[in-house]
Design a protein around this ligand. Structure first.
Ligand code: ARG
Length: 444
């Protein structure tokens, strides 16, 4: 017997019981299954050490791969049942569209690729638990990431009576030990050298972590990129793309109407082929860690840029300013696992109202490594040439400006005058010193 086998047997014997309450025979757990090493090992581990019948649920959010084949792995690993749920449309329509409406970018950069899919997965876990009469649900997250927070908080909000198990957080196996456990139990796990990165992917983008990326000073090697071409090898030459929006959502490309999922896929391919959509950032995780994260999100970044631009054209100034502030709050709450919250519902209501007149077309120019807005037009445009022009046809009331500027500056003028007169209170450190026109009050 190999030593890893011995270790694994010992591990199985010593494995902590994570099912807390006394349970009857063959109780069930619905496991969020990805088909990867951890969740495949978890199928057997939950049965062997916790005596639970496992129902594996694989949620398709557009991550690619043969979901049916992956799902079979769960059955071969001892699952009582395994199901694929095609949630691509639901993910697009209920989660991605909301994030786009909100221009949601965590820390102004990350379009919440993984964060958006977790609440959807939880909704399906809760439904399946109900369907299978399971008191437990399980996820394959470790203790260091954001996803455990998103799973457990979302499930608590959706179905407070369910007990959530986190086998991979509690079993204390290293990757090698998990592989050893899999081999020992003849599980259909991927063997060979460990994948160099940890990857999570869906319609809205691709997240890449671990390996050499853990050194924040090291440039991401070429092999991390899949959806974006190297900027040095762009297609033929610059090109243009017209994105049409209706109520703040894209509905057509270059005049061709398209469903949201298809449109996102097309934009992703095109913008990605120009090498656009790479993100390399230091990110603040909910659990207090700063981590180095790399993403590819060509469609998300293109569509958010276009949508935000159209808002600049069509939203009233005060609404726009308020919305931009709330967008940060929105991104934070999605990132922090608070999707199923009254705050998100309230923000969605505000955002939905603002989207009413966000109609029109945005013209994007795609060039080597770059996609940017070069034109915008809307039937609801608040841009009035007669007001904006410096040429003939100017309808702006220049005379009115004079009085306006006087009154706009009045509070500051009053303040400055009063302050100068009040010689007893010199400016505090770093205030007006060095600014032209300020004089130190005379000291007597
Ligand atoms: N840091 C991102 C988030 O918390 C992405 C995590 C994705 N996971 C992965 N295995 N790459 O949302």
């Amino acid at each position: 017997m190999q030593s890893s086998e011995v270790k694994n047997r010992q591990h199985a014997k010593q494995a902590t019981t994570i099912v807390k309450r006394g349970k009857q025979m063959s109780e069930r757990v619905v496991l969020a299954y990805s088909g990867g090493l951890d969740t495949t090992v978890a199928v057997r581990w939950l049965k062997q050490t916790q005596d639970l019948d496992v129902v594996a649920l694989l949620i398709d959010v557009g991550q690619g791969g043969d979901t049916e084949v992956l799902c079979k792995r769960a059955v071969e690993s001892g699952a009582l049942d395994a199901q694929v749920v095609d949630a691509r449309k639901e993910f697009a329509n209920e989660y991605v569209t909301r994030a786009l409406h909100a221009n949601a970018l965590y820390q102004d950069r990350y379009p919440l690729v993984s964060a958006l899919s977790r609440p959807l997965i939880c909704r399906h876990l809760a439904d399946a638990a109900h369907h299978y009469g399971a008191r437990y649900v399980a996820h394959g997250c470790t203790g260091k990431g954001n996803d455990q927070v998103r799973f457990e908080v979302s499930l608590a909000a959706l179905s407070p009576d369910l007990e959530v198990l986190a086998p991979c957080r509690g079993w204390g196996m290293t990757r090698d030990q998990a592989v050893g456990y899999g081999l020992q139990h003849n599980l259909p796990i991927p063997v060979g050298p460990a994948a160099p990165y940890s990857i999570d992917e869906n319609l809205w983008g691709r997240a890449i972590e671990c390996g050499v990326l853990e050194d924040p000073f090291v440039e991401p090697p070429d092999d991390v990129w899949e959806r974006t071409a190297p900027a040095s090898k762009p297609p033929a030459g610059p090109t243009y793309l017209q994105i049409e929006f209706r109520h703040g959502l894209p509905v057509a490309l270059d005049g061709v109407p398209m469903e949201f999922v298809e449109l996102v896929g097309k934009v992703d391919k095109l913008a990605g082929s120009y090498g656009f959509g790479r993100i390399d950032m230091i990110e603040d995780r909910v659990v207090g860690i700063k981590s180095r994260e790399v993403y590819e999100a060509p469609a998300a970044l293109t569509l958010i840029a276009a949508h935000a631009e159209l808002e600049h054209l069509t939203l009233d100034r005060a609404v726009l300013r308020t919305k931009r502030g709330l967008e940060r709050t929105y991104a934070n709450l999605a990132y922090e696992g608070l999707w199923f919250s009254p705050l998100r519902e309230a923000l969605d209501a505000f955002i939905r109202t603002t989207a009413t007149h966000v109609n029109g077309v945005v013209r994007m120019k795609l060039d080597s490594g770059n996609v940017r807005v070069v034109g915008r037009s809307s039937p609801a445009s608040l841009y009035e040439t007669a007001l904006a022009t410096y040429d003939r046809g100017d309808a702006f009331d220049h005379k009115a400006a004079e009085g306006f500027v006087k009154l706009w500056g009045l509070p500051l003028k009053t303040w400055a005058r009063t302050r100068r007169a009040d010689a007893g209170s010199p400016p505090g450190a770093g205030s007006w010193e060095g600014i032209t026109g300020w004089e130190e009050p005379d000291k007597e």
